[in-house]
Design a protein around this ligand. Structure first.
Ligand SMILES: O=P(O)(O)OC[C@H]1O[C@H](O)[C@H](O)[C@@H](O)[C@@H]1O
Length: 529
């Protein structure tokens, strides 16, 4: 295709949402002329399913739940007035509480103001807040936000070291929809101890966002925490950023949550449009379908040319892969669906992996994200005619062209800026694209049965450790091989796990297990310390 023909194609297929100033350009996706027509029927069905979902159908059949993230930004659409009220009340509570914190009406026992937020959460209870905090944060924020999003001890130490004595002015927000996620529980316990070590009362510094009656909810009540915000079973973790999960930390940070909600709401209106060519979410879902033959055969590379959107790919990784990566379809047939997502930012990535994208295995398609506004204020010229931002655009267009020349497809999303409105719109756009695509390939986008297997297996490992420690404690300072111990705890076939657990215990001096010097790897002897 010549550049001229591409321009014609650009004009023909350009899909814009005026209310948020976003456009989607699919001209560099090589779908055949009749593709959209062929997909009209399946897309009609996807729209029907989406309409039913928005009206409160049990769109997540396995878990027998409604799927209501669209109501978060349009409570009047909620199928029951009670739900609409809960949504509105929660937003009002987030606002009021944040105002109280900022004004010092809610304050730390040993300080005038809370100046920092430590968010403890993982998956959908961290990725959205991290994206929002990084995309919209400035040096002038009301509060600085830090994260515990793992059960990595050193990771937590690093954050605590950054907080230092400011822990006394830190509000900890523990977020877990289920309230039982172990990583988050561990983060909470570690945070609590950090406060205690500084002579601070954790409960007076703590807030929870969780489902009613959950383990976390009970801890918060028992520990007399400052307050709890609700999380509902009809909002999935990966689509929860516009519930209290994302709104509370954002508002505490001083960000424009109304803008985020309005941007998402406007995008929702635009993506209810049944004309595929005028609906960017439908068009995007169709492009995903085209690129990967409806089987996820190509990976999606997210390339925002903007530092503030660095975490977009990580956020979308969960949204897309946890939603679409499914073993079975809605009829129970094994389909092993999915769509892999990765990316960072341009032009940085052009100096890293774009080499392979242009010349290596052609197993991907890209979404470029172009942000029109370069920065607040004016730009200096780095050369006579150009600013740094001119270069950024040059690299985006250049990279896109270089890929296309080699038959590598891409879409381009153009947004006016990285504002709260735009971010809300980008999130809503992808949420809708995921939902529509899931219908096209006949899967449930709203459950995650595969996640449980890893959690259960981890539980078995910890149970084995419990047994091992009981055994070792009973026999003081006796040497053992991993084989002997595996047999002794009644799990002879689990010898590798026993070995790995002992190896880890021995590497951490305080755990009371030592590895004997000079021992051979599989002959290693351990003893209780
Ligand atoms: O918010 P939580 O209940 O703690 O869940 C946190 C995350 O963990 C789970 O493993 C799910 O797969 C995610 O969808 C979820 O976002």
């Amino acid at each position: 295709m010549t550049e001229r023909q591409l321009w014609e194609r650009y004009k023909k297929y350009l899909c814009g949402v005026e209310s948020v100033g976003l456009t989607l350009d699919v001209s560099r996706m090589n779908f055949p002329e009749d593709f959209l027509e062929r997909m009209r029927g399946p897309m009609e069905k996807a729209f029907d399913a989406m309409a039913a979902l928005e009206k409160g159908a049990i769109a997540n059949p396995d878990e027998k739940r409604m799927v209501g993230h669209y109501w978060l930004r349009a409570p009047e659409l909620a199928p029951e007035p009670g739900l609409a009220k809960e949504i509105r009340d929660t937003v009002a509570a987030v606002r009021a509480f944040s105002d109280d914190v900022h004004a010092g009406r809610v304050k730390p026992p040993k300080g005038d103001r809370f100046t920092r937020v430590l968010l403890v959460g993982i998956g959908g209870s961290a990725l959205g807040p991290q994206l929002v905090a990084d995309a919209l944060g400035t040096a002038a924020d009301r509060m600085q936000v830090f994260f515990f999003d793992n059960t990595d001890p050193d990771g937590m130490d690093r954050v605590l070291a950054q907080l230092g004595d400011k822990l006394a002015e830190t509000l900890t927000v523990v977020i877990s929809k289920s309230g039982g996620t172990k990583e988050t529980r561990n983060g909470m316990v570690e945070a609590e101890r950090a406060y205690q070590q500084k002579g601070l009362d954790f409960g007076r510094h703590a807030v929870a966002v969780t489902g009613e009656g959950s383990e976390l909810d009970r801890s918060a009540k028992k520990g007399n925490w400052l307050r709890t915000f609700p999380m509902w079973d009809w909002v999935g973790g990966r689509t929860s950023v516009l519930s209290a999960v994302g709104l509370l930390p954002a508002r505490l940070q001083g960000l424009d949550i109304d803008g985020m909600l309005a941007g998402a709401r406007d995008m929702d209106v635009a993506t209810r449009e049944r004309d595929m060519l005028r609906n960017p979410a439908a068009l995007m879902a169709l492009m995903w379908f085209h690129a990967g033959n409806g089987r996820g055969q190509k990976d999606l590379v997210i390339l925002p040319y903007k530092d503030r959107l660095l975490l977009l790919s990580r956020y979308l990784q969960q949204l897309v892969m946890e939603s679409l990566g499914k073993e079975k379809d809605l009829d129970g047939k094994v389909v092993n669906q999915g769509l892999a997502v990765y990316g960072n930012k341009g032009s940085t990535d052009q100096h890293a992996y774009v080499q392979q994208l242009r010349e290596g295995v052609n197993n991907f398609f890209a979404t470029f994200v172009e942000v029109l506004k370069d920065r607040e204020g004016t730009s200096m010229r780095v050369e006579e005619e150009f600013t740094s931002g001119d270069y950024l655009l040059g690299f985006l267009l250049g990279s896109r062209r270089a890929l296309f020349e080699k038959g590598r497809e891409s879409m381009t999303l153009t947004v006016p800026d990285v504002s709260a409105r735009t971010l809300g719109a980008l999130i809503a756009l992808h949420e809708r694209a995921v939902g529509l695509y899931a219908s096209l390939v006949n899967i449930n986008a709203y459950h995650q049965p595969g996640v449980e297997a890893g959690k259960k297996a981890a539980g078995a490992v910890l149970e084995l450790q419990r047994k091992l420690l009981a055994k070792l404690r009973g026999e003081k300072a006796k040497g053992h091989t991993a084989e002997e111990l595996a047999t002794a705890v009644g799990s002879p076939d689990e010898v590798e796990t026993v070995f790995k657990v002992l190896e880890h215990l021995a590497a951490n001096a305080d755990q009371g297990v030592k590895r004997e010097p000079g021992a051979q790897r599989f002959d290693t002897r351990f003893r209780a310390g």
